[in-house]
Structure formats: C-alpha cells, structure tokens
Design a protein around this ligand. Structure first.
Ligand code: MN
Length: 715
C-alpha cells in the first residue's frame, strides 16, 4: 500500500529543491475529510487519493499536481467547498481540483446528458490546464485497478467508457504506459471470456519462450557492453489487449504477432545517432525482417513517440522485436505530455508548442463550438480516433495541414477557411482533378477551386470527416434557411397587404404575438421567418391584422385546388424543415417520380425530375443539389401535360377521352391538331393525376388503343 512517505520520497527524488510541506498538509486534510468513508474494497477512502498522487509523483509532475491529486475527491465526495481549498492550498490547486470535480447541479438530467456535461467540463478545464487531464487519467487508472470491487454491470459501463474515451485520450497525449494498462484492464471486464482464453495462450507462449528470453537478454547485454553502449535493457511482453487488437485487425494468429516479445534498449547517452549504431550491431547479430524495420526517430508518430524498431529472428524462427531509443525518448513514449511538462518546467504557455497538445485542444474547442450534449460524447470519440490516425497534407504554398484519417478535399477546404469551404467547387490532388469526396492520403498536395457564387451541399455531410467541416456546413444551412424564410415571408406578407389594401402600419406585432401562442414574436423579422417557413399561416396572420378577412379567406381556401402553394407539403428536404420549395416548371415532377432539389438563388429549392434536361446544362452548379423525397399526403394531385400522336382516323379522340373517363381523371384541357400530309394527329391533354403510378397506368392504356402511335409526357 502506498503511504504518504512514498509520495514525498518520489517527489524529492525528482525535485531535489522542492518543498513537500503542502503535500503533507494536503494529505492530512484529505485524510480528515474522507475519514469515515470507505472504498468499495473496504479499505479507507484515502488509499485512493494516495494511489493517484503516487502515479502523479512517479511521472514527475509538480507539487501542485500532487496536492490536487490528493484532494481530487474532497469537493465532490465530502462537504468541502472549493473556496476552502483555495483558502488552504492556493488558487492554482483550487483550479485543478475544480476541473476534476463533477458538476453537482445536474441531478435532474438524464444519465447520458449528465455524463456529457461532466465530460465537457473536464475537457474545458483540461484545455486550460492539461494537468487536469493527467490527474484524471491517474484517477481512472486507480479506479480501473480496483474495478473488481464494483458491481458487474457497473464494471462493464466503466470499462467501456475507459476504452472509448480515456485510453484514447491517454494515447492522444502520448501517455503510452497508462494507455496500455487502461486498455488491458478494460478488455478484461468488457470481454472476460476472450480475455481469459487469450491470457492463457499468452502465458503458455511466455513459458515456451522463457529459456530463450534469458539467452537473448544476456547476448544483448554482452554486445552492448562490448561496444561501449551505456544503456538499460528491458524485456516486455505485449499486453493481452494489444495482442487481441492486432490479431483482429490483421486477421492473424498469436504466432504471427512478431512483437509479442520485445526488448527495449534505452540509451543513457541522449544521442539519437547512437540508436542507429545499436541497430547496426543488432542486424549483425541476428537475421532481421526487412519490412518490419521502422524509423520513428526521423519520423516521429503524431503523438510525439520516437524510437527505432526492428524485428529479429532467433534460432529456428523465434521472432522478437527490439526497440532502441534514448532515455528522453523513452520518457516521452511512456509519459507523453507529462514528460513535456517536466522538460519545459514552465506553465501553460511553454506547453503550447507541443503539437499533440495543440491538436487536442483544437479538437476540443471545435467539439464544444457546435455540438449538442447528446452528440458530444460521440463526436469526442470520433475526434479521439481521428487524432491517433491523422494525416498531413500540403497546400500549394507548401503549408502543412493536419487532418484526420480519411479526410476529403472538403475537410481540407474548411480547414483553410470557412469561406473556402462554402465556396469550394473542385479539388485537385497532386495535380489531378478529383471528386470532392476523395479520401486524402498523407503527403498529398491539395488545391481547392472556389466560385464566388457557390454554396455548400448537404451531400458533403455524408463524407466529411472533421467536426469543423460538419459544423460549418450545418451552420450554413441553418442560416440559409433563416434568411430564405425571412425574405420569402416578407414578400408574402407585403403582397397580401397590398392585395387587401391594408397599410403596413396596421401590422401590430404585439397583438399578433398575443394571438399566436405557438411562437414568440417580438419583432417583424420573427413574423417573416415564421410565415416564410410555414410555421404559421399567412391567412391566420392576416386574420389577426384585419379580422374581417378571416371569414372570407376561409371560403376561398375551401375552393382552392392543388397548386404550387401546396406543392411544398408534398416534398421533404432531407434534414431541413420549413424551407421554400417549388415545382420546377421545366419537368413538372409528380408524386413517384425520382426527384432532386436544386438550390436556386431566389426561389428556395426547386424540385426537378432527376432526368430533367435543364439539370444537364453547364450553368448548373452540382454543389447546389439537395436530396429530397416525397411525402405522402391525403390529397395528391398534379397537373401533367401529355402529348399523344395518333393516326388521323375517325373517332380517335372519343377513344382517348374514354380512357380518361374510365380512370376518373380530371381533364383540364384538350388541344388537337392534324397533319393532313402525314395523316397524323397530335393531341395535348392537360390532366390531373395523383401519382407517377397512375400516370404510367394511363399511358399504358392510351398506348393500347389502336391508332395511337406514341404517348409522352411533356418535359
Ligand atoms: Mn477519484
């Protein structure tokens, strides 16, 4: 069991000039506050903060961090107010503890909401001071180590959260050691059976390896000594979870996991060149697997990890890996951000040039910006996944842009500037024009072409990877809708006022607001937006402005038939409500036709048939296409313009109209014309149908009449 003396000893070992008084004081205070509390294990509560503080002392964090670690549960789990912490331990410690304390005012919220809100709070605190995250990870580590004392269903939930969020966070800030242990412990509780059977196999293999491990170890030691390399040699077996992941990902057996056994040669001399020298020695000793040789020194991993890896073959085919790195690299590999902290010795400002930290806080800020609570955790998980796999691409001017794995030119465009994103129409990758949803690869040179008139497409949401791009596109559409509704509502109301000769001064916002309970209306623009978005009817508004109109209007509506004004109720734009839609005159789509929306400059979204000729014109901007779908409403009715070419025979018109009669179709207009020379007649029927199906049916029937040469729907 960890005692406070162990912590102080570690602290003074790493900070010979440090003063442990405050640590001692924090220990006494925390012990007092947690005095009557017990952990689920039955041990006194203080054991937990002591363990957390020890982990923090081990990775050489400063005095304030150790103090905060000792106090991290005091505010949350005892009656102590945060002010008391500030009074006794200073502002810096209080800020750290506050960042680690869950929000107390959330009891009424759903569990997932509460979780998201708490997590958000943690991340904000972390963005301000990364030590919060490091302490939180140490806290989670101890909770995972003692998870066996929790109830089974809780074990699973906590383990899943650890694997989804905390292990990736640890990875993102390069804390490899904690990450490995968190993953392995999570795996044990999430998939106990798989963990057990794989552990057994791993143990078996370890036993088999044992005699060779010592032989290899001794050889390494001798050779290093002989070559004057001052180093530490560690041996390590891969964690069960890492083995499991590798086997799953690559679809390989345990025997094919070549880094199952690894040795680490950690050079006391902080000279990277000596690492290469060691590799040379190793390759002279054993056969090495050429394609598994990795140089992470000249090309560090995104989280700062540096090392040389090589896989060697011992005797009859025993594969093992050797990792060669300097002491400094080793600390970064194990402690990541915490190691940077130590080297910089400064506070936040000094840390900001750590690339991984920048990346992480940028992601967090983006996540905070626009995502709702419920989406937040998911976005966060995605964000974390992205961080570990991101790619670097180049702008034409040679600037590098870091993007998540599988990002597209649209993500790139939004990363450059929001306006570049909104107006992007075309992309070139390595000099070639590519579709906007092309997956970018590390090192690509990306060039974006923009058009001042271009606007984003809803389709982009299906393939963009960055939250930034997603949020900007969504925001654009929200804004677009609002503006569109505003100008449409304004136009509609003004037109109606003119028509009924009502002076604008009769529009009494207060009165309207009182009568319309469904929405607050405080200014004229609110009213426009509601009218334009069909959230309230113009008729209702007019009725309020001039009550005598209400009765008259009602009668008129009853008589009304299906016109374009109803059309918009029949079509839904995927993902958007209340947007102005019109039926394109060029192709007059009807229910059942394959349709597509086109965002016009002034008339909202116009609905076309997908095969409409007008859409093939060059002035059409593909970025303006929008997915739309039909909505089935009670009374469907569409006007269709039908052309029928027939032989010029007697009685043909009667035969044609008979079909319409039998199908009970409402004929609006019939025009006929004969070509005496050709002995043909052409008729134009304007008819009301309820769907594409009915129309197709009608056409089949018409075509079956003797003398009918062809029937087509006018485009
Ligand atoms: Mn805790």
């Amino acid at each position: 069991m960890i005692r406070i003396d162990d912590i102080i000893e570690k602290f003074t070992e790493h900070h010979p000039d440090g003063d442990p008084t405050l640590i001692q004081k924090a220990y006494v205070f925390a012990s007092m506050m947690h005095e009557y509390q017990k952990r689920k294990s039955g041990l006194p509560y203080i054991v937990h903060p002591l363990n957390v503080a020890y982990t923090i002392a081990e990775i050489r964090l400063d005095e304030e961090s150790i103090v905060a670690a000792l106090l991290h549960d005091v505010v949350e789990d005892t009656e102590t107010p945060i002010d008391k912490i500030e009074e006794l331990f200073g502002k810096e410690v209080a800020l750290l503890v506050d960042g680690l304390t869950k929000l107390s005012a959330l009891e009424n919220l759903e569990k997932s909401e509460r979780q998201a809100a708490n997590f958000k709070k943690l991340l904000i605190a972390m963005a301000e001071d990364p030590r919060v995250l490091i302490i939180k990870l140490a806290d989670r580590l101890d909770n995972m180590r003692t998870l066996e004392f929790m109830k089974e269903h809780k074990q699973k939930t906590i383990a899943e959260e650890t694997l989804d969020i905390y292990a990736p966070l640890a990875h993102a800030i390069g804390m490899g050691k904690i990450k490995g242990e968190l993953e392995n412990l999570s795996f044990k509780y999430i998939a106990p059976d798989e963990y057990k059977s794989l552990s057994e196999k791993v143990e078996e293999r370890k036993t088999k390896y044992e005699p060779y491990v010592d032989e290899i170890y001794n050889t390494l030691k001798e050779e290093m000594l002989k070559n004057g390399i001052n180093c530490i040699i560690q041996k390590r077996f891969k964690h069960v979870y890492s083995i499991y992941k590798k086997m799953k990902q690559r679809n390989i057996t345990l025997d094919e996991v070549y880094d199952f056994l690894a040795f680490r040669i950690i050079l006391k001399n902080n000279d990277p060149n000596e690492c290469y020298k060691v590799i040379g020695i190793l390759h002279g000793l054993w056969v090495y697997v050429a394609h598994r040789w990795r140089d992470f020194i000249s090309q560090p991993k995104k989280n700062g990890y540096q090392s040389l890896h090589t896989t060697l073959i011992y005797g009859e085919g025993l594969h093992f890996e050797v990792q060669v790195r300097t002491e400094e690299m080793h600390r970064i590999a194990e402690e990541g951000l915490a190691a940077h902290w130590q080297y910089k010795q400064g506070k936040l400002s000094a840390l900001e040039d750590s690339r991984i930290y920048q990346l992480l806080s940028k992601t967090i800020v983006e996540l905070q910006e626009n995502s709702s609570s419920s989406r937040f955790i998911n976005d966060m998980k995605m964000g974390l996944k992205d961080i570990s796999n991101d790619i670097m691409v180049l702008t034409p001017r040679g600037k590098t842009i870091t993007l998540p794995h599988q990002s597209t030119p649209v993500d790139f465009a939004y990363a450059i500037h929001t306006e570049v994103g909104h107006k992007c129409v075309r992309a070139k990758v390595d000099g070639k024009i590519v579709p906007l949803d092309t997956e970018l690869k590390d090192g690509n040179l990306v060039e974006i072409h923009t058009l001042p008139s271009a606007t984003p497409s809803r389709d982009w949401l299906k393939f963009v990877k960055t939250n930034r791009a997603k949020n900007r596109i969504r925001a654009w559409f929200r804004n677009f809708e609002k503006e569109r509704n505003l100008s449409r509502g304004k136009e509609l109301l003004e037109k109606a006022l003119r028509k009924h000769k009502i002076p604008f001064s009769d529009v009494d916002i207060e009165k309207i607001n009182k009568e319309i309970k469904s929405h607050p209306i405080t200014k004229i623009d609110d009213l426009y937006i509601l009218i334009g978005g069909n959230a309230i009817s113009l008729r209702k508004v007019l009725g309020i402005i001039k009550p005598s109109l209400a009765a008259k209007k009602k009668a008129a509506i009853k008589r009304g038939n299906s016109k374009d004004s109803d059309f918009e109720k029949k079509v839904r734009i995927k993902g958007i409500d209340h947007i102005y839609v019109t039926r394109a005159r060029c192709c007059n789509p009807i229910y059942g036709d394959d349709i597509i929306g086109y965002l016009t400059k002034v008339k909202g979204v116009s609905i076309h048939r997908v095969d409409c000729e007008n859409l093939k014109q060059t002035r059409i901007d593909p970025a303006r296409f929008i997915d739309v779908e039909w909505v089935e409403t009670e009374k469907m009715s569409f006007t269709v313009d039908l052309n029928i070419l027939t032989e010029d025979v007697k009685g043909i018109l009667t035969k044609l109209t008979d079909v319409f009669d039998k199908m009970n179709l409402d004929l609006r207009k019939v025009i006929g014309e004969t070509h005496k020379a050709k002995q043909q007649a052409i008729f134009r029927f304007i008819v009301q149908v309820d769907s594409r199906q009915q129309l197709d049916n009608l056409i089949v029937k018409l075509k079956s009449i003797k003398g009918v040469l062809s029937v087509w729907r006018k485009k």
